[in-house]
Design a protein around this ligand. Sequence first.
Ligand SMILES: [Ca+2]
Length: 121
Amino acid sequence: MNNKVLERRKVYFKDFVKVLSHFRPINKNKPHPWNSREAKLRFAFTMYDLNKSGTITKDEFQDILEMMIGANVPKEQVNSIADRTMREADRDGDGYITFQEFCNAMEKTDIEQKMSFRFLT
Ligand SMILES: [Ca+2]
């Protein structure tokens, strides 16, 4: 294996570890910037923002929902969930959810719990 390939692998692994760190439960005594609430929200936001435009549209949200629950939930229901969520989250009604709007909408949800895996407990 030549050095270039090795170098790429290292980069992938670093990214991989960084992604995993988002799912570490938050340690209140030892805060880490990679798994802070803000970082988790940022991570979730970029997952929904499929075309990386900095905003989430209803189409993007619908695509994500389709991927997550589409196999078990009829399409009309997926559409109505997307509709309802957009109405709730899109405060200024411009059809886009900004990161700020996303944070406001998530305020009610316990994202620390939802995005934490328990490994060895
Ligand atoms: Ca908006």
